[in-house]
Ligand binder design. Structure first.
Ligand code: AMP
Ligand code: ZN
Length: 110
């Protein structure tokens, strides 16, 4: 999608510190980390938020969470981590392309 920051990151048009990439997803470090470890996992396909997901996205979502589990292990988040996806204004979603924050590496505030 034109003028979408995360579509541009997925396409490599805007640089990012990537941890992982395959044909369906990209993972990269958040530019403004909120925890010792903070990365984002996004589908390459433009989906505006979790509110736009349908049953047809089930396999993609399963893949996203399998990638998150693999990366969390690689990052040493054995003591736990948090996965967050903000949806819309009230949640503070600033980038309108579905993304999953993965936060960890320390005790997170409740
Ligand atoms: P949200 O507020 O849930 O929409 O999250 C958007 C996240 O994207 C924020 O945590 C930002 O710090 C992060 N972000 C914005 N621009 C970039 C970028 N160019 N590279 C990496 N992370 C970014
Ligand atoms: Zn997009």
């Amino acid at each position: 999608m034109e003028d979408c920051l995360f579509c541009k990151i997925a396409a490599g048009e805007i640089p990012s510190k990537k941890l992982y990439e395959d044909d369906q997803v990209v993972a990269f470090y958040d530019i403004a980390p909120q925890a010792k470890v903070h990365f984002l996992v996004i589908p390459k396909k433009h989906i505006s938020s979790a509110a736009a997901l349908t049953e047809a996205d089930g396999a993609l979502l399963g893949h996203v969470f399998a990638v998150i589990a693999k990366l969390a292990k690689e990052q040493g988040l054995d003591n736990g981590y948090r996965v967050i996806s903000n949806v819309g204004e009230d949640a503070g979603q600033t980038v309108k392309h579905l993304h999953f924050h993965v936060l960890g590496g320390e005790k997170l505030p409740v």
